[in-house]
Design a protein around this ligand. Sequence first.
Ligand SMILES: [Zn+2]
Length: 549
Amino acid sequence: MYDKMNKYDFKKVALYIRRSRADEEREKRTGEDTLVGQLMYMEKYLRNLGITDYDVYKEVASGASIENRKVFKGLLKLIDQGVYDAIAVKETSRITRGAYQDLADIERIFKKNRIKIIVDGDILDLNDYQAAFTYDMQLFMSRAELKQYTNRVTSAKKAFAMMGKWMPGGNAVPFGYQVDEKTRKLVPDKEKAEIIKFIYHTYVYGKDGKEFGYRAISNELFRLGIKSPRGSDRWDQSVIKNILTNPVYKGDVRYNYTEEVEKGKKRLRPEEERIYVPNAHEPIVDPEVWEKAFEKTKNPKRNMHKGNPFKEVSPLTGLIICANCEKHMFKSTQYKQKKDENGEYVKFPVVQLRCRTLGCKNNVKYEAVEEAVVGYLKHLLALDREEFAYHIQNLVRVENRLDEFHLQHKEAQLERINKEIEKWNKRLKAAKEMREDGEYTREEFLERKKEIEEEIRELRAIERQLLQAEETAAGLSAEDIDNARENIEVIYDYYLRAKSNERKNELLSAIFYEIVVKKIRSGYGTKPPELELRCKLKEVVRLKNLLQA
Ligand SMILES: [Zn+2]
């Protein structure tokens, strides 16, 4: 607030006071002159802001429209002549109760003369669009006027929404987006959008072949040290659910869906009041992925193993990452037509690894990637001992670099985990006391106790993971390297003899952490595409007899 003051240097301020509707009612009840109180309050407020040069305008008559407010009408003329550079009011609603024509006139005159509005707690600049909307919303949405203007506001909102524009004041800007000041549309916030994508992809496709629900995602974000939209260390599961069900992330806008019945209680509005605008802005999440996530949220338990891409396992399932987008790639089969020897069209399948990012062209022939991966193992085994040792060190070091990132955050993370655990222990203690005082029944207490212990167990598990990351940061010994070579030999051998895709996937997943694929040049005819692979091996590759372990 006071920082904001420094931005402005007011030469002359108009202090405008008038009775609000509530004031009028109070005066009827108590006989007190509310204008005196208001004047004293605002004078003190201006003094605190360091504003001493101001004129007072007191509206004695009451009434909603400017026509009946002679003082304000006169003041507006002076403002238009450039006498003042700011108007001070207790609340924006003192300027007008929101008659539509008045609003437009006032806004125009204020904007033209670059008038700032000093209100109790803020300074609004209508030429700054965020503030302009705060002002609009304060006027339009003030509870007393709400009813009268609902229809008008709804249609204004609708017109605005139809243009794909975002209204601050009405809804908070969704996490992952920001508002483009020029177009007033939502645009992805590069860094935060990545978090949104991570949440969706982890929820829909899992990670490392594992399913992820709300709680698991929350834990994973915590482990990665990514703060929640509100800046807390822990992501509430409901926040994750809200993100996964909000169509804003596939580019659609939803307005006016709920209304507050009483404080904190919401209900759906009647259908005719709701506004839904598809393709209003740039999506963060591929609409196809969004639908998948949404389906899963409807019945998280049942969908676990249904329509799960992991169910249909191919040799490379879960292993391939797009080099451009750093996202998992998926096997996809499309049918194309070609002429056979008799000149008739026949359908033939094209099996590809595809990146799900819209517009990403890094799609490659499935077979070519599988061949390249197996060829890579063969290549590793053909290296002499020294070369192999050097190579393997490098591969596993890549994985460790990830861990180093975590190590840097480790101290802070461990501290946070301990604080969290401490909090839960305090809650457990409180629950015990409530049980002793008879505020909890035995069942209630046991249930609460179970909940708390579950939370603590989760936190301990994350703590363990963090501590283990340190152990893996060590380099590979000569013995590790020998074990790794042996493991790769065995895997390669088994792979060539494996009969099912599941088995092949199991074997590759045993040693590969991930394989980043980049298409350098497309293949054509029988000529295979030119690929670049960046393989990361799992730490376990150094264990003796990995496959038996
Ligand atoms: Zn891609």
